[in-house]
Design a protein. Sequence first.
Length: 120
Amino acid sequence: MLTGAMLGLIQQTGMDIVVLTEELDEQEFFASRLTRQETLRLLGVMAYTARDLPAQVREQLPEIDWAAWAALPDALLRPNAHPLRIWVAARELAPRTVQQLIDYRRAVPELFSLAPPQRI
């Protein structure tokens, strides 16, 4: 149940990032203080939620770049020192992760369930 909520949070947060950044180029993104700050916050939510997923869940979703998510918090601490990593995370990593979660939801829906497991 908790896993389903966490995966749903990652997916929804990723969609929010897509909406925030979809019509911006790199220069516009970094010039927009509000959009940049909100995107950084959302990337942090995704990265820390991904980190807190149980390892066996991450192993069941091997197409997702868990290593990239694990490395992202370091860049988020000093985003001005890592603009390319931030931009790639917002424009490539987050949308790709959202699409992969959509695909996995079809393939292994039980991971995304919000209902408690049934006991027999």
